[in-house]
Design a protein around this ligand. Structure first.
Ligand SMILES: CC(=O)[C@@H](O)[C@H](O)COP(=O)(O)O
Ligand SMILES: NCC(=O)COP(=O)(O)O
Length: 238
């Protein structure tokens, strides 16, 4: 089974537009779970333009599915993980001013740093995933960091899906097999949507989790949150 973790960053973007607490991200997270989400993902950024660090603290108290916190492992992120102890921490190499995540780790250049961070996170008791591009050279070094999982950065798959989905998925299928051989668990995320999700799942049936935010929240404007979550879940059952 591939779990659907709903990224609620965009709910916080909407809330922050008016400064009060509507929509309430904690309530939305609980509703996502009630509607079928098997995990909740947040990615607090240093400027707190959407999810705030305090949101992650508040969410951790009530989320009963898998809570996944993504981010660059600076001191504030590590302090948050120590305080919240989420089920999973996903390490992303974004600089502080990144508009959104746009690449995975260079696990060769940053192997020693990642190894130390992974060890610290595992000491806390949090499963670790490393955000990674679909390039074979990064997988063995990723394994050597001690990480439990890797998360495939799927933006290139998503943007190449419509012109040629077979070509778009090919590098992902190759590295997914490699990850499997290395004993790395496999997550995927970024720009997955109702059109491209089922094919990715068909080609990589052993995906453990996808985290989806932007497209899912956009779809919810038309279909409603409950329907939308069910529609995404169905894509993963194919
Ligand atoms: C790692 C990843 O792909 C997601 O966290 C994505 O970047 C969402 O972040 P934003 O909501 O800030 O775009
Ligand atoms: N890890 C990816 C994620 O959480 C959501 O990415 P997106 O669906 O908002 O592009």
């Amino acid at each position: 089974m591939t779990k659907l973790s709903v990224n609620i960053n965009k709910i916080a973007t909407l809330r922050n537009a008016r400064g009060a607490n509507n929509p309430n991200v904690v309530k939305v997270a609980l509703d996502c779970e009630r509607f079928g989400a098997q995990g909740i993902t947040v990615h607090p950024r240093p400027d707190e333009r959407h999810i705030r660090y305090q949101d992650a603290v508040d969410l951790a108290k009530v989320v009963t599915t898998e809570f996944n916190i993504e981010g660059y492992p600076d001191q504030r992120f590590m302090q948050l993980i120590r305080e919240v102890k989420p089920a999973q921490a996903t390490l992303v190499p974004d600089p502080p001013n990144a508009i959104t995540s746009n690449t995975g780790w260079d696990t060769i250049a940053h192997q020693s740093m990642l190894k130390d961070i992974v060890a610290e996170l595992k000491e806390i008791g949090t499963r670790v995933s490393i955000f990674i591009n679909p390039e074979a050279k990064y997988f063995e070094p990723a394994k050597l960091t001690g990480t439990d999982r890797v998360e495939l950065y799927t933006e290139p798959y998503a943007s190449n899906y419509h012109p040629n989905r077979e070509k778009a998925v090919k590098p992902y299928v190759e590295v997914a097999q490699l990850a499997r051989e290395l004993g790395l668990g496999l997550n995927a995320g970024h720009d997955l949507d109702l059109q491209n999700l089922a094919y990715l799942k068909q080609q990589i049936p052993f995906l453990e989790e996808v985290s989806i935010g932007h497209a899912l929240i956009c779809d919810a404007l038309y279909y409603g949150l409950e329907n939308t979550i069910q529609m995404y879940r169905r894509q993963l059952e194919i």
